[in-house]
Structures are given as C-alpha cells and as structure tokens.
Design a protein around this ligand. Structure first.
Ligand SMILES: NC(=O)c1ccc[n+]([C@@H]2O[C@H](COP(=O)([O-])OP(=O)(O)OC[C@H]3O[C@@H](n4cnc5c(N)ncnc54)[C@H](OP(=O)(O)O)[C@@H]3O)[C@@H](O)[C@H]2O)c1
Length: 217
C-alpha cells in the first residue's frame, strides 16, 4: 500500500461536523492536520477542540500549505469556494466528500449536478488539481465518538489518477477499522454521492450510523 506517513492533511470547511470528525481521526493517526475555515478564529477554535497538534487557518492558507486537501463544505458553497482556491490547489490531490442532497418531508434525495456530480464539478473547476472522491458515507457522529475505536466501513475512493486514488485509499485505511476501496472513475461519482440519501434513510429507520462493506475483495 502507498506510504502516506507524515502527509499533512488540510480540510476546507474543517469547522463542520464532517471536517472535524475526519481531522480528529487523522490527527489521532499521527498526521499533521490543518483546519480550514472562512474565519481563522473559527478554524483555530476547531483545531483546539481536536488537539493532537491540529492547527487552524483560513481556507486559502490551508489549501496552500497542506500536502493533501479534503473539501468538506456544504454543496451550496462548494463551487464558489473551489473557484476561489484554484491557484492554491494547483498540482495537489483534492479529496471531495461533498454529497449534493436535498431534504423534504420524505427525507433525503440526490440533487442533480450540471457537471454530473460534486466531484466532477470540482474537477471542472480545478483543471490543474488531481481530484479524488471519497469519504461520502462516513458518519461524522461516529468519527467524533470517543467510544468508537474502530470505524466499521469501507470508504469508496473514485478518480481518474491511479496514483492519487491509491494514496487516498491508503489514507482512508489509517483510520482503524476503515478500508479504502477503489470505486471507479470520477464519472461514476454521482451514484456514490447519491447513495448517501439511501444511507440517511437507513439511519432514520434503524436509528443507526450505517456504513457499507464491499464483499469478496
Ligand atoms: N456530516 C456528515 O456526517 C457527512 C458525511 C459525509 C459527507 N459529508 C459531506 O461533507 C460536507 C460537510 O458536511 P458538514 O455536515 O460538516 O457540513 P456543515 O457543518 O454544514 O459545513 C461545514 C463547514 O463548511 C463551511 N461552510 C458553510 N457554508 C459555506 C459556504 N457557503 N462556503 C464556504 N464554506 C462554507 C462552514 O465553515 P466556516 O463557517 O468555518 O467557514 C462549516 O462549518 C457536506 O458536503 C456533506 O455532504 C458530511
């Protein structure tokens, strides 16, 4: 497996549940973690709450400094944020975990995205970055729960750059219990993002934080 030891991980929107949850697990695994935010102060507060050497800064500074960058902002702010960071993110692996979802009385449903998926939108906006899609189905609640030692799920990793997907699979696997599994090309990211709506329905029915496992590999 690709060696990811010591790679610094920046998280755009790292003040939210998902960003903080991932930050916590990567910091626990010994990675330098940089929390990004539109506000340096909010970023620092989130970093302080995580501890383990996590630092906070504005999104642009995090995008410029981190070795690998995870995008964990709501879909509504996704395109504009990435457009504003094109230069900082050039040449980097950018990991998109954004699920474009709507919610109504029937629960969650997948939104249609002009580019095909949030991940493809990221790739369109960041032509000089190596965009990978991953971490869509990981529950932030589970990531933040100190009583959960092992996170019981596979992380599907999608992308068109083999070296980049290998690296992100290895990165997912530093979280105890998690296995990073290649899930196809970026053009197939829509189904993976959309499946989150089904997982939310499962969680509501069974009062769970469900994940998925791929068998026979
Ligand atoms: N929550 C989960 O369990 C989970 C699981 C898998 C994937 N995801 C995906 O991860 C992403 C983040 O989820 P979340 O629950 O952490 O969301 P969130 O708490 O609503 O947002 C995360 C952070 O994004 C920043 N943000 C909000 N609106 C923004 C905008 N218009 N432009 C730029 N930044 C903005 C905010 O940080 P600042 O105000 O500090 O800038 C906020 O703290 C979503 O796309 C979601 O689909 C979530």
């Amino acid at each position: 497996m690709t060696d990811v030891n010591g790679i610094s991980i920046g998280i755009l929107g790292g003040t939210g549940d998902q960003g903080k949850g991932l930050a916590r697990r990567f910091a626990l695994a010994g990675h330098p973690v940089l929390i990004g935010s539109r506000s340096a102060q909010r970023a620092q507060e989130a970093a302080d709450s995580i501890g383990h050497g996590a630092r906070g800064a504005e999104n642009a500074a995090v995008a410029a400094e981190a070795g690998i960058v995870i995008v964990a902002v709501p879909y509504e702010g996704h395109k504009a944020l990435l457009e504003s960071l094109r230069e900082e993110l050039a040449g980097k692996i950018v990991v998109d975990c954004v699920n474009p979802l709507g919610f109504d009385k029937q629960g969650a449903y997948a939104l249609l995205v002009e580019e095909g998926s949030a991940a493809q939108q990221a790739a369109a906006v960041l032509p000089d970055s190596r965009v990978v899609a991953a971490f869509h189905h990981v529950s932030a609640v589970v990531l933040m729960d100190p009583s959960v030692d092992k996170v019981d799920l596979d992380v599907l990793v999608l992308g068109d750059d083999r070296e980049a997907t290998d690296l992100v699979q290895a990165l997912a696997s530093v979280i105890p219990g998690v296995r990073g599994v290649y899930g196809g090309r970026l053009r197939n990211a829509f189904q993976v993002e959309a499946l989150t709506a089904n997982i939310i329905s499962i969680n509501r029915r069974y009062k769970a934080h469900a994940g998925i496992r791929v068998t026979d590999i």
